[in-house]
Design a protein around this ligand. Structure first.
Ligand SMILES: Cc1ncc(COP(=O)(O)O)c(C=O)c1O
Length: 365
């Protein structure tokens, strides 16, 4: 049997009629950029997250880049980010001319270790990017309290956490700004690149709408140098259809996660989901000392797995000047994590095959 990590064609077949009709409407309208489909999706997404504004952009990477622009931080300031995450968090800091300060993570969540953050704050630190790794919310109360105390702005990178909740509130509604990737493989994914930013601040929202559109409010009148970073009408049409199913997709993912957790608990470890958090399992991540061997065994068994992420940012070639930094929990996590197949269109026999194969690996070797 072959088990794909994610199967987007299965999803498309299930939604085909609705998607085809909505995309056809866009084609027939002749309106492809900043039109009614985007407006509708932004409104629905803001409502879903529980914020006043949502601004569609071209990718999650651009969301982070533009978010940091819109916060108007001073030149040369320091911005905190975890190193065990996707590269875009640090890239957005550097591309804005700020200095990334990498902090370590908690061993049980892969999210921010607030005590480690405290040790790294200086007079130059002005903001923090908070990740919610693999769909598990970070300890937002602790982080927000620290941010208030130290006068830091908070940018949530909610790219794994569409629909995740912390004490009943959606991730993406806590920070000054929150950024979501809508890359195809995300739990809410477009059929191409896309991203979205949420905020409750009217001024920030207005700035972001200008930044994504060449720094203009009125066509051909440019108040500052902006970007071309819009979420197009075709993607918005698709995303709006998928948004309506997000809660159903989360339930399905949580049901698969429950099986993985129950069946595999004696062999591998998992992220700890506290009772005031809703993990949405963008990725189902296990950790094991024998990760590399296990991955090879699953490859041979036809089960596709991915390592998110094999090299922490501070150890990347692109971040050479940080290579000597030591972040022990981060580095250990990178050597142990493995993401198992997880998507709402998985069949029961595929889930059972993944479980049996992992059990087989540990029992027979
Ligand atoms: C945590 C995180 N942040 C940012 C990004 C960047 O998003 P995109 O690929 O849409 O540019 C990703 C996704 O790939 C991500 O996983």
């Amino acid at each position: 049997m072959k088990v794909a990590f994610i199967d987007l064609s299965r999803e498309y077949r299930a939604l085909k009629e609705e998607i085809d009709n909505s995309v056809k409407e866009v084609f027939e309208s002749g309106r492809f950029i900043l039109g009614p489909k985007l407006e509708a999706f932004e409104k629905n997404f803001a409502k879903y997250i529980g914020v006043k504004h949502a601004i569609g952009v071209a990718s999650g990477t651009d969301a982070l880049l533009l978010a940091l622009k819109a916060l108007n931080l001073p030149n040369g300031c320091e911005v905190l980010t975890q190193s065990f995450t996707f590269i875009s968090c640090a890239d957005a800091i550097v591309k804005n001319g700020f200095k990334p300060i990498f902090f370590d993570i908690e061993v049980n969540s892969f999210n921010a270790d607030v005590n480690d953050i405290k040790r790294r704050i200086t007079d130059k630190t002005k903001a923090i990017i908070v990740n919610n790794m693999f769909g598990l919310p970070a300890e937002m109360d602790e982080i927000l309290e620290l941010a208030r105390e130290k006068d830091l702005l908070v940018i949530e990178d909610a790219s794994h956490a569409h629909g995740a909740t912390y004490k009943g509130r959606k991730i993406g509604s806590f920070g000054d700004i929150a950024c979501f990737s809508l890359y195809p493989a995300k739990i809410l994914g477009a059929y191409g690149d896309a991203g979205i930013i949420t905020t409750n601040d009217e001024n920030i929202a207005e700035l972001l709408r200008m930044y994504r559109n060449y720094g203009q409010r009125v066509k051909y009148y440019h108040d500052f140098i902006g970007f071309n970073s819009r979420l197009d009408e075709v993607q918005a049409a698709i995303l709006d259809i998928k948004l309506k199913r997000l809660e159903e997709y989360i339930s399905k993912r949580r049901a698969i996660a429950k099986i993985y957790r129950e069946e595999l608990a004696s062999f591998v470890s998992f992220q700890e989901e506290k009772n005031y958090m809703r993990h949405i399992y963008s990725y189902f991540v296990i950790s094991s000392e024998r990760r590399d061997e296990l991955k090879k065994y699953l490859d041979k068994s036809g089960i596709e797995t991915i390592i998110h992420y094999p090299v922490p940012i501070h150890k990347q070639k692109a971040y050479e000047e940080f290579n000597t930094l030591r972040l022990p929990v981060t580095e250990r996590a990178a050597s142990m994590v493995l993401s198992l197949p997880m998507h709402p269109y998985m069949y029961d026999d595929e889930i059972a095959y993944v479980v049996d194969s992992i059990k087989g690996f540990f029992k027979n070797s």
